[in-house]
Design a protein around this ligand. Structure first.
Ligand code: ATP
Length: 326
């Protein structure tokens, strides 16, 4: 069965690393058809809209979306696109790779971040001058969905440790519901798990990341803890992510459009290529996903390297090396 993939490169280095991912996917024995669409700062300038209706439609109809990065218009593009794909889980692996300088080489973490509510509910208002409020929404349904996804992910991917991050001692109602729902899900599945206060967890992740595996988090905590873990493994050029929906999903590097290096052809394509591997896994091509991941990991171990990893190779050199290994 042919899977249709929406390809949205966006702005800046998104336009450099996304074609690398498409080239690599085309080299694998998988039945994918690519449909290209535009979004981002340049699209806003050209069309008056950062996310044109046709791009939304392409993402909606596709089986999965590969998304590069956008600049200033990120909130107008990626948040609605996550909604378009009905994403309830944001999956962010942070893994250290052999041969690279990581602060903590033993790091192998996967953050499973609730992706629809919490502090990012978007319900904000100014009640009077100088006083603004935000409504933090937590539902049992979304908490159950993310916990079930987290435990399933751990089981499928061989992680023994599942930690539920929360701050239920302070946000008693909202994180109380998140925590008690996750605990119920663990009991139903007869799964081992730990719980951790998210602030203490931030410290423990830095000191002993090897004690953790899958970390199930409310929205904001997942955003912050996964960026913190990025620092442990060698930076943004390496980290992929997936936004998983029931029928659809979107895969993107954690990094942004990196205007400081855009147009120079030196962006590290690894984060995007690992995102492409997550896409293959999602579409149930586990062997091809593993092949791609191994080829990228071997290239990270042996080079060539882009300047962010201390080398002087370009995006195309690294992509060519990955293609050779495939
Ligand atoms: P945006 O506004 O789009 O989020 P940004 O520069 O604020 O852009 P990132 O794009 O995430 O945020 O970049 C942060 C830093 O990490 C920049 O210095 C950038 O050059 C570097 N960086 C990010 N991604 C890569 C990559 N793939 N290869 C090399 N360096 C990268």
């Amino acid at each position: 069965m042919t899977h249709e993939i929406a390809v949205i490169p966006g702005d800046g280095i998104g336009r450099e690393v996304t074609p690398a991912a498409v080239e690599v996917l085309e080299a694998l024995p998988v039945d994918l058809e690519f449909v290209h669409a535009e979004a981002g700062d340049a699209t806003l300038e050209e069309t008056g809209e950062a996310l044109p209706a046709e791009t939304r439609a392409v993402a909606e109809e596709a089986d999965a979306t590969l998304f590069g990065a956008v600049g200033e218009t990120a909130a107008d593009v990626i948040l609605p696109l996550r909604e378009v794909v009905g994403s309830f889980a944001n999956v962010r692996p942070a893994r250290a790779y052999p041969g690279l300088d990581a602060v903590k080489p033993e790091t192998d973490l996967v953050f499973i971040r609730e992706n629809t509510e919490g502090v990012y509910s978007g319900i904000e208002s100014e009640i009077t001058e100088g006083v603004r409020t935000l409504t933090r929404v937590v539902t049992e349904e979304a908490s159950r969905e993310i916990a079930e996804y987290g435990f399933r992910y751990a089981q499928r991917n061989g992680y023994d440790d599942v930690t539920v991050a929360h701050k239920a001692n302070v946000m008693r109602e909202t994180d109380g519901l998140f925590l008690e729902t996750a605990e119920r899900v663990a009991e139903e599945r007869d799964a081992d798990y730990d719980t951790a206060l998210m602030d203490a967890l931030a410290m423990h992740l830095i000191i002993h990341p090897e004690d953790y595996g899958v970390v199930v988090c409310p929205n904001l905590a997942g955003d912050m803890l996964s960026d913190l873990a990025a620092g442990l493994v060698g930076g943004l050029g390496l980290l992929p992510s997936a936004n998983i929906g029931h029928e659809n999903a979107l895969f993107e590097p954690v990094h942004g459009s990196a205007p400081d290096i855009a147009g120079q052809g030196v962006a590290n394509p690894a984060a995007m290529l690992f995102s492409a591997a997550m896409l293959l896994e999602h579409l149930e091509y586990p062997d091809e996903a593993a092949r791609l991941r191994e080829a990228v990991e071997a290239t990270l171990a042996e080079g060539p390297h882009t300047p962010d990893l201390g080398g002087d190779a370009g995006t195309e050199d690294v992509t060519a090396a990955v293609l050779d290994r495939l």
